[in-house]
Write a protein that binds this ligand. Structure first.
Ligand SMILES: Nc1nc2c(ncn2[C@@H]2O[C@H](COP(=O)(O)OP(=O)(O)OP(=O)(O)O)[C@@H](O)[C@H]2O)c(=O)[nH]1
Ligand SMILES: [Mg+2]
Length: 212
């Protein structure tokens, strides 16, 4: 609970989706605990963790939903996409098949959330340079076509992991601020000081009482 006089932390839900073994859990573990495990333990169902992240105007809390890439868990995922403001679509840069699948993952997000969602395309495992199957240019092209953000990461080396989460937190907070109703952004005193003449121009037939 927030201490007296302090606003509660803003909470943003992020869902991690993508094919099996692309590194969703590893990205989250690197961010949460700064650890990496070469041993593969596939996620069963859905896992949840959360962490506070400092941004330029304070701190926000990120709630991370880590989904399983295995086909048998697919039916669980739409509900989590529906409930999230950010979708992190991960693929493995050493697997063209996982990159090809991102089209379907992104379509699934759009089907659930339309344009009311932030999507980021994440090409993971950049440390495996010699095994790369998807070029940086292709990733950028797909992101541009889909009008979404993109980034390359290595959970193993910690490359771009903090940047990914900081960026998402910042972009989401800005989107929320833009969407906040005007009344909530401007204090009542400021609204009262608004010159009446401007109000008159905005409406054709003002009443005297409205301007007093
Ligand atoms: N070299 C390298 N290996 C990675 C990287 N990220 C993950 N891995 C390895 O890839 C395998 C799968 O990683 P996970 O994080 O479990 O993948 P996932 O997407 O969560 O898989 P599911 O839970 O089955 O959907 C593990 O053996 C990891 O050690 C990375 O950046 N570089
Ligand atoms: Mg996993």
């Amino acid at each position: 609970m927030a201490a007296a006089g302090t606003a509660p932390l803003k909470k943003y839900k992020l869902v991690f989706i993508g094919d099996q073994s692309v590194g969703k859990t590893s990205i989250i573990s690197r961010f949460m605990y700064d650890t990496f495990d070469t041993h593969y333990a596939s996620t069963i169902g859905i896992d949840f963790v959360s962490k506070s992240v400092p941004i330029d105007r304070g701190t926000v809390r990120l709630q991370l939903w880590d989904t399983a890439g295995q086909e048998r868990f697919r039916s669980l995922i739409p509900a989590y996409i529906r409930d999230s403001q950010v979708a992190v679509v991960v693929f493995d840069i050493t697997s063209r098949a996982s990159f090809d699948s991102t089209t379907t993952w992104i379509a699934d997000v759009r089907a659930q959330r339309g344009n009311d969602v932030i999507i980021v395309l994440v090409g993971n495992k950049t440390d495996l340079v010699s095994q790369r199957e998807v070029s940086a240019a292709e990733i950028e092209q797909r992101a541009n076509e889909q009008e979404i953000m993109f980034i390359e990461t290595s959970a193993k080396e910690g490359f771009n992991i903090k940047l990914l989460f900081r960026r998402l937190a910042t972009v989401r907070a800005r989107a929320a601020a833009r969407r906040a109703p005007r009344a909530r952004r401007s204090p009542p005193a400021a609204r009262r000081r608004r010159p009446c003449r401007r109000w008159r121009r905005a409406r054709r037939r003002p009443t005297r009482r409205s301007c007093s």
